[in-house]
Design a protein around this ligand. Structure first.
Ligand code: 13P
Length: 250
């Protein structure tokens, strides 16, 4: 049995007042999950301290949305893995498509971030996924293979025992256009099979999340697919009622 996870990615949203209301509602409304299920929120850096205060001793974990590929040094504006550890993070998202596309992160840089996060004891949530153009050109599998290969080449397939993968088709992010459960399942299965070719046991135990317009009304059918082990949730993670419903569906 694999671990399941529902993680909220708040992106660049929130303020102290709204965060406090949202987290209060999540603490009150999210029942303690079964032992193999995890809930988490990945929040903007400045809120990590207050989120740590609020969520410690609850059954909700937290993490960051990015981190530096460097350990420390003269890197103005960057945040290191050790800094995230100071604030009790469990997870760090790496390689979100918004980072790849808007901030020029290559698969090599993403792999370095993944490795740095793991070295510090954080669980990287590695995002992979194709654009609409790539899907239409029938190169979805090649794109995902290239994104995964960079990580496996740098960190080794065994690193996947301490990582989570999130399949997030770019065309489904923030668009309200979700992949159908079968479309998502097909890619999840492709990812798991590719890893199984290198190590069956690791592939079998790997948590693979789906992300892209997951809502309260489509999470149940997505999470029912055999290779979908939870979700990475953007917009709906900002609405307590919706995020609770999605967490309850996993
Ligand atoms: P939405 O759920 O808003 O489509 O965002 C998905 C996402 O990018 C999560 O990382």
């Amino acid at each position: 049995m694999r671990n399941k996870l529902v993680a909220g990615n708040w992106k660049m949203h929130g303020n102290l007042k709204n965060n406090s209301t949202l987290l209060g509602a999540l603490i009150a409304g999210l029942p303690k999950p079964e032992s193999r299920i995890r809930y988490a929120v990945c929040v903007p850096f400045p809120y990590l301290a207050s989120v740590q205060d609020t969520l410690q001793n609850t059954h909700i974990n937290w993490g960051a949305q990015n981190l530096s590929q460097y350990d420390k040094g003269a890197y103005t504006g960057e945040v290191s893995a050790d800094m995230l550890n100071d604030f009790g993070c469990t997870y760090a998202i790496v390689g979100h498509s918004e980072r790849r596309m808007l901030f020029g992160e290559t698969s090599q840089v993403v792999a370095e971030k993944y490795a740095v996060a793991q070295r510090a004891g954080l669980v990287p949530i590695l995002c992979v996924g194709e654009t609409l153009e790539q899907r239409d050109s029938d190169i979805t599998e090649q794109v995902i293979e290239e994104q995964l290969k960079a990580v496996i080449t740098l960190a080794g397939v065994e690193s996947l025992t301490k990582a989570v993968i999130a399949y997030e088709p770019v065309w489904a992010i923030g668009t309200g256009k979700t992949a159908t459960p079968q479309q998502a399942q097909d890619i999840h299965q492709f990812i798991r099979k590719g890893i199984a070719a290198q190590d069956k046991g690791i592939a079998e135990n790997l948590t693979i999340l789906y992300g892209g317009s997951v809502k309260a009304n489509n999470s149940t059918e997505l999470f029912a697919m055999p290779d979908i082990d939870g979700g990475l949730i953007g917009g709906a993670s900002l609405i307590a009622e919706d995020f609770i419903a999605i967490c309850s569906a996993v």
